[in-house]
Design a protein around this ligand. Structure first.
Ligand SMILES: Cc1cc2nc3c(=O)[nH]c(=O)nc-3n(C[C@H](O)[C@H](O)[C@H](O)COP(=O)(O)OP(=O)(O)OC[C@H]3O[C@@H](n4cnc5c(N)ncnc54)[C@H](O)[C@@H]3O)c2cc1C
Length: 430
């Protein structure tokens, strides 16, 4: 084969990239391409993370003799146009599961067939590809624990090495990186280099204690790899293999398996971000309460701390995501789709499968085996932020309070409450 195009989507890396690896193994010349589709323009935090990831990928490709070709428009149309210009006869792209990705794949399949271009779909977005594991009765796994057992028992694909040299044919227009969007002040830096560095340093310092510490809100002991996984700056397979060989690796892989679990649910139920997986719940509109929740002004310190962390960093600790989501849906009775939209607008790691899968899990409309379970924010705060340090970090009005009162400021004398400028609770907690 003479020339192949590799379409980068959510696999913005050179390490363990099956699409790039296969193209380099089979074609004499390889054209790495990224198409920015205006139909799915990312909100600011993800736009910033994406631009940094593309810049890093371009730099790494240049070190290997190639470049990242950038186009803007409909992905299938841009792929066909570029294939015509460079006389490519093959296209490689990682398979994906969302509504959008499925429509993109179908269009690409049609257009490639029409132009007699060979299209290869590769794995790489998950450790185990969606659909590879099926329960005895067929279909997809609806419950996590049996999925986890199957996930751990199955053999994984082989890790792909980085191509040492990537020969690029002459191309007239390389294309410019999108401008950097304004973002949350504490947003992590995007890109494969930053993601790999983060993994290595976190593994060295914190993996061994992951099982014990991952729920400690103030400890901030989780890997913070989610946005790098979201954009494929790091390979989930490489991360799983790199963790498994060490103490703490098994607990950590269980979390990575949750990610794969929601991908296989989404592949089977692509409407996951729009419709309840398990319909029946009734919600009500409360604009004022929803606004207070979004702004981190509910008067419940642990909930407000989570939402303010999200605004400040484009990230929220998993335990805080659960508490804030449960408060919105269970205590305020507001539709999980409202919360999902707010998370989606701010999270650097926001993606359809994990955001919607988790929101539905918490709201009791999804893959939770105990759908009626409600989390009491106070009890959660006392268990996972006993000293109040997490609240102090993100809610400065309460920074002067000690651990005995920080989670229940409504019990303070009214004059002190007014001085602090912190709102009273939106609802009474049972
Ligand atoms: C309401 C709600 C919404 C969420 N939305 C998203 C989202 O949009 N994108 C996203 O990546 N995660 C989402 N999560 C899952 C989880 O909160 C984050 O993946 C995690 O907090 C990221 O931090 P970390 O990388 O330090 O995680 P770690 O604890 O270090 O875990 C390692 C990796 O495992 C995966 N993982 C961990 N927990 C989960 C989980 N519950 N579900 C799926 N994958 C998991 C992530 O890829 C994570 O990076 C959501 C959880 C809730 C409760």
């Amino acid at each position: 084969m003479d020339t192949a195009i590799v379409v980068f989507t959510r696999d913005l890396r050179l390490h363990d990239n099956p699409a790039l690896h296969q193209a380099c193994a089979r074609a004499r010349q390889v054209v790495p391409l990224f198409v920015a589709d205006p139909a799915i323009a990312a909100p600011p935090n993800r736009a910033r993370f994406l631009t940094e990831s593309l810049a890093d990928l371009r730099a790494s490709l240049r070190e290997r003799g190639a470049d990242l070709i950038l186009r803007r428009g409909d992905p299938a149309a841009e792929v066909i146009r570029l294939a015509g210009a460079v006389h490519a006869t093959a296209v490689y792209i990682a398979d994906d599961v969302s509504h959008y990705a499925t429509a993109r794949r179908l269009k690409l399949e049609r257009e490639c067939a029409r132009h007699r271009i060979e299209l290869t779909l590769t794995p790489g977005l998950t450790v185990v590809p969606p659909g590879e594991l099926t329960p005895a009765g067929g279909g997809h796994y609806r419950v996590f624990t049996p999925y986890w057992r199957a996930w751990r028992a199955v053999g994984w694909r082989k890790h792909c090495p980085v191509p040492p040299h990537i020969p690029l044919p002459p191309i007239e227009t390389i294309g410019r990186l999108p401008a950097k969007a304004p973002a949350s002040p504490g947003l992590a830096r995007g890109g494969e280099s930053a993601g790999r560095k983060q993994f290595v340093s976190w593994r060295q310092r914190l993996l061994a204690g992951y099982g014990e510490n991952h729920d400690d809100l103030a400890g901030d002991a989780t890997s913070r790899l989610s946005a790098y996984l979201r954009f494929g700056c790091v390979s989930p397979l490489e991360v799983a293999l790199g963790a498994l060989e060490r103490p703490g690796g098994e607990e950590y892989c269980r979390q990575l398996a949750w990610r794969d679990f929601f991908y296989q649910v989404t592949a089977a139920f692509p409407d996951i971000a729009r419709k309840s997986y398990r319909p029946g719940a009734a919600w009500h509109e409360d604009r004022r309460a929803l606004d207070a929740w979004r702004e981190g002004q509910t008067g419940i310190p642990i909930v407000d701390a989570g939402l303010r962390q999200l605004a400040a960093e484009g990230f929220m600790h998993n335990r805080a995501r659960m508490v804030t989501a449960s408060f919105l849906t269970r205590n305020l009775g507001i539709d999980w789709r409202r919360g999902l939209a707010h998370f989606d607008a701010l999270l650097a790691d926001g993606d359809v499968a994990n955001n919607a899968g988790n929101w539905q899990w918490v709201a009791g409309t999804g893959n939770n085996t105990r759908p009626s379970r409600v989390m009491n924010p106070l009890r959660q705060a006392q268990r996972f932020d006993r000293s109040g340090e997490y609240v102090r970090r993100y809610v400065p009005e309460l920074a002067g309070l000690d651990s005995a009162v920080i989670h229940t400021p409504w019990k303070l004398p009214p004059a002190q409450r007014v001085r602090m400028g912190y709102p009273g609770p939106l609802v009474e907690l049972a």
